[in-house]
Ligand binder design. Structure first.
Ligand SMILES: [Zn+2]
Length: 230
C-alpha cells in the first residue's frame, strides 16, 4: 500500500479481500451466490469495476449500475425498483456504493496513472471538476441539461463549500462529503423502494474506493457493512 494512501486510509482492505469476505459472509448466513445479485452505486469510471469475484459468484453476469459520475445513485427509485425486482426468490441484493479517489506511486492524491498514458489523470474526475467549479464559483450558474449529472454533483458538494475549500487537501474532504451524499440518497431511495419487496435480503457495503496506478491493487475503506432481512 502506498505511503500516502495508508496515511489517510489505514483501515482500507484490498478489493479482492472485500469480495472474498463478503462472499464468505453470504455463505455463512446460509445464503448463496446463486440466489444473489449485486449492484453498484460507484462512479462510472472504468477503474471502478475490478470486482470479478462478485461477477463469478453471483447469479447475473455483472452488477446493476445504480450510480453515475461521482457514484451518486442517479437511476433513482425507478432504477432501484428494477434492480430489486430482479432478485432471485428468497435471495439477496448486495449493493456496493461510495465515491472513489486515486493515489499515485509518487504521492499524488486524486490522480492515477492509467495504462499507456504519459501523465496521471484525475480520479475521481467528477469530484475533482466539482472542487474546481466550487472554487471558481461556477456552481450557481449551472443548469446544463447536457451535463445533468455533474450539475447535481456540484450542487451537493457546494453545500460544503467552506469546509472543502479550507481543507489542506480539498479532494480528500470532497470525497468524504460525496460519500455522505451518496449514502443519504441511497437510504432515501431504499426507504421508498424496499416495502415493495418483502422477504428479500439486502447487503450494504458502503465506503470509499481507492484506486492506485493501473498495475496495482485497488482498496476499499469500509464505512458501512450491513445485512438486512427485509
Ligand atoms: Zn469518478
Amino acid at each position: 500500500m502506498y505511503e500516502a494512501l495508508s496515511k489517510y486510509y489505514s483501515n482500507a482492505i484490498s478489493i479482492s479481500k472485500l469480495q472474498i469476505n463478503a462472499c464468505a459472509e453470504i455463505h455463512n448466513k446460509g445464503w448463496n451466490g446463486d440466489h444473489s445479485i449485486w449492484a453498484t452505486s460507484l462512479c462510472s469510471d472504468e477503474v471502478n469495476f475490478g470486482f470479478q469475484h462478485f461477477n463469478e459468484k453471483m447469479a447475473a453476469p455483472g452488477p446493476f449500475i445504480l450510480g453515475g459520475i461521482s457514484g451518486l445513485p442517479f437511476v433513482g427509485k425507478t432504477g432501484m425498483k428494477a434492480f430489486l425486482s430482479h432478485v432471485p426468490t428468497n435471495g439477496l441484493a448486495l449493493i456496493v456504493y461510495g465515491p472513489h479517489i486515486g493515489f499515485t506511486k509518487d504521492g499524488l492524491i486524486g490522480k492515477v496513472y492509467r495504462k499507456n498514458q504519459q501523465k496521471p489523470s484525475s480520479c475521481c474526475g467528477s469530484i475533482s471538476a466539482a472542487v474546481i467549479a466550487i472554487r471558481e464559483n461556477h456552481a450557481g450558474a449551472l443548469d446544463d441539461p447536457s451535463d445533468y449529472q455533474q450539475t447535481k454533483v456540484i450542487q451537493y458538494l457546494s453545500m460544503y463549500k467552506e469546509e472543502i475549500l479550507q481543507h489542506e487537501n480539498p479532494i480528500l474532504i470532497a470525497t468524504e462529503k460525496a460519500y455522505e451524499s451518496i449514502e443519504e440518497n441511497l437510504n432515501h431511495i431504499l426507504e421508498e423502494s424496499l416495502p415493495l419487496f418483502p422477504g428479500i435480503r439486502i447487503g450494504l457495503i458502503g465506503g470509499i474506493q481507492i484506486n492506485t496506478d493501473f498495475w496495482g491493487e485497488d482498496y476499499f475503506d469500509i464505512r458501512r457493512y450491513e445485512w438486512i432481512q427485509n
